[in-house]
Unconditional design. Sequence first.
Length: 662
Amino acid sequence: MYKLRIKTFLGLLGVVMLVLSAKLVQMQVIHGREYRRKAEEAMRSVKVLPVMRGRITDRMGRILAIDEPCFDFCLDYRFLTNDAWWVRRQKRLIARSMKISEAEADQVYRQRRDHTWKVARELAAQAGVDLGEQVARITNRVKEMRRIVNRGRLEEITIREEREAHPVVSVGKEDVAVRLKDHVGRMIGAAIRPSHKRWYPYNQHACHVIGLTGKVWPEEMKRLNVAEGRVDWLTRMRTNYLPDDQIGKIGVEKMCEKRLRGRRGYRRFRLSGETLGEEPTVQGSDVHLTIDIVLQQRLEKLLEVKGFTGSVVALGLGSPEAPRCDVLAMASVPTYDLNTYAAEYPSLVADAVRLPLLHRAVTQRYQPGSTVKPIAAVAALSEGVITSHSTITCRGYLYNEDAFRCWIWKKARVGHGPLDVVEGLQHSCNVFFYEVGNRLGAPKLCEWFTLFGFADRPGTGLPSERAGTVPTRAWLWKRYRRDYRPSDARFIAVGQGLLTASPLHLANAMATVARGGLFISPLLALEGGAKPVRRKLPVQDRHVVDVREGLYRVVNDRRGTAWKYFHGAGVERLEGVEICGKTGTATTAPQRIDSNNNGRIDRGDRIVRTGDTAWFVGFAPYDRPQVAFAVAVEYVQGGGGANAAPIAQELVRICQKMGYVR
């Protein structure tokens, strides 16, 4: 019996030893390399490096947006989270260095802690940063990184970011950073470090076009980040957005985010602090715009000096051999300073009258008024409802004196008499184009406005772009549950009623006429933006010649509606360039603000601005068009000739001096 027990015990011991030996062979021989790799990883820590965005430049290479050097006011993560072990250690260090008791060290620590938060609050207020929100972003970001690094580990490790100071506020000026260093001895857990931030050298100029960056939102991270399991954690760490990252919010910064955003680098450390290697940050690629920032500045000033709100758009047309549609300038006034946007945001949003955040060139849709008469003329000639020699008699009104009157009837109680299409444009005769609308019909007119791009977004790719309103049968039924009315065609032909468009739509319509019916969508960004759309409209050259002749006479014939604003007494005439254009005055509803605070604008709200939308659109020079333009001025008294035409003439004069018109 005793021998049996010994044999059984030795047998069991042998089995256990055999199992242990097999496991040891498996760990050291079969899976040894994998376990060694995991052990090595456990002894390492990774520090990610910040992302550097690419630059935005204008057509001449001038820098419009750049990540520039600055200084960061940083706070230790353990200070932010009030880590108990770290606090005790700081108190011991204070007691040892100052040779004081623990109670006195506790008092010193509290004083330094309070002073640190005081400095942080002051800097955050100056920079327009929500300190509490910023601290929450930092802690959430570190927690997310810890979760990623420790995913699948049996025992969690502390990552390097939990033992480091993190940027809380950026300090742009070096002298401020130097003064802050004097406070370091009175603070705890704080540091001043060199860094970089987004800087816009031209401040408020082209602000709506360039756009700006901001902290990434959780919903943006959810939509853009690569999900776990698709790539390894380090690749996700380098490419994914983290809670404290910057992302393009509006303008080109948002439109070209994929190109501008770089790829973050990282450093590997052993837990002892020894550096194992580094993968440098890959800076984002540059984006080159077609705009000329100097031209942009001057066009913004043209509106500002007159106290107007509105928009001025200038397009470069290239040559007949190489037609283009480059956005040379896209001014929207009022503007705001991109570098102080965060601090000024509350006042910018609160300005419900001037609406400085609105990009009027591509977002605001106005009734275009008489500026669309050239398009109606092209449509009528192309559809054969009139010819170059057809005449329509203007008696001052269409049917009777009470409705559908011409603008001249209101002034002189007379009509223009018999007019052909060139004369109809020259005199901007409403009766002529009411009749054109009758003959074409609203559905056919809407087809032509769609061909000219009004029903689509302008095409630059800017996120704020909006399509114009073209009241097609489908749109009318969807919006108003009705079909066309007899009067709709007449209103559409003179740019009133339900038809709306942005200044960029109108500028490109003039560019299409100037090119003889070749439509090209506007190009803003040479990289990362929308690709231009091209289509040849079904028009005949002789019909476009008639329309261009009419636009020429508007400006250069003594009987033209804009002649006195370009050639009249006291006007500084433009030498060497003949402008073609069209005035427009669109009746505009009064601007109201939500004065009763019910969350909407209704008839009970207070009126803050009244007046018309004044337009002047066109191209130059007449014989070899090189630029097309549109000027829209909001809530003014008087027509497009008096308010917008002088701005258009200065626009062409500036383009001539800068070499865009020769």
